[in-house]
Ligand binder design. Structure first.
Ligand code: FES
Length: 136
């Protein structure tokens, strides 16, 4: 194999790698989040959220979180803070949701515990059907 062919092959390989590295994030961004959404409802498998853990989903274009609590089972809340719209984060160890922007704290019912949020987080209906959890 001569030098020209090797160089050509390397350029093709490099071009392919570059294309994949640009296209893959775009496809991931445009693809719907995991969980099948039909008619505004999102269905996930129960096994996707172990007891004490959570999963981020999107319900009717609203970022949301499903938490499998040991006490009450599955709950689903909007992640959009009612203060200025930052996304809250689940703090498993403290059994609460914390807004990183201004320190708003919500309990797992979505009720404001402390901080500036003026009202509770939006709750979504949750229905367990066999091995699935239907949210929305
Ligand atoms: S945006 Fe959440 S506390 Fe301000």
């Amino acid at each position: 194999m001569d030098r020209r062919r090797v160089l050509k092959s390397l350029l093709v390989l490099l071009g392919s790698a570059l294309s994949v590295s640009l296209i893959y994030p775009l496809v991931r961004y445009l693809a719907p989040p995991s969980g099948a959404e039909q008619g505004g409802k999102v269905t996930i498998k129960k096994s996707e959220v172990e007891v004490g853990s959570s999963k981020d989903i999107v319900v009717r274009n609203i970022p949301a979180i499903v938490i499998n609590t040991p006490e009450k089972g599955f709950i689903a809340l909007s992640k959009v803070c009612t203060h200025l719209g930052c996304l809250v984060q689940y703090e498993k160890s403290k059994n609460r949701l914390l807004c990183p922007c201004h320190g708003g704290v919500y309990n797992l019912e979505g009720t404001v515990i402390s901080g500036p949020p003026p009202k509770p987080l939006q709750k979504f209906a949750v229905k367990v059907e066999g091995d699935s959890v239907v949210i929305g």
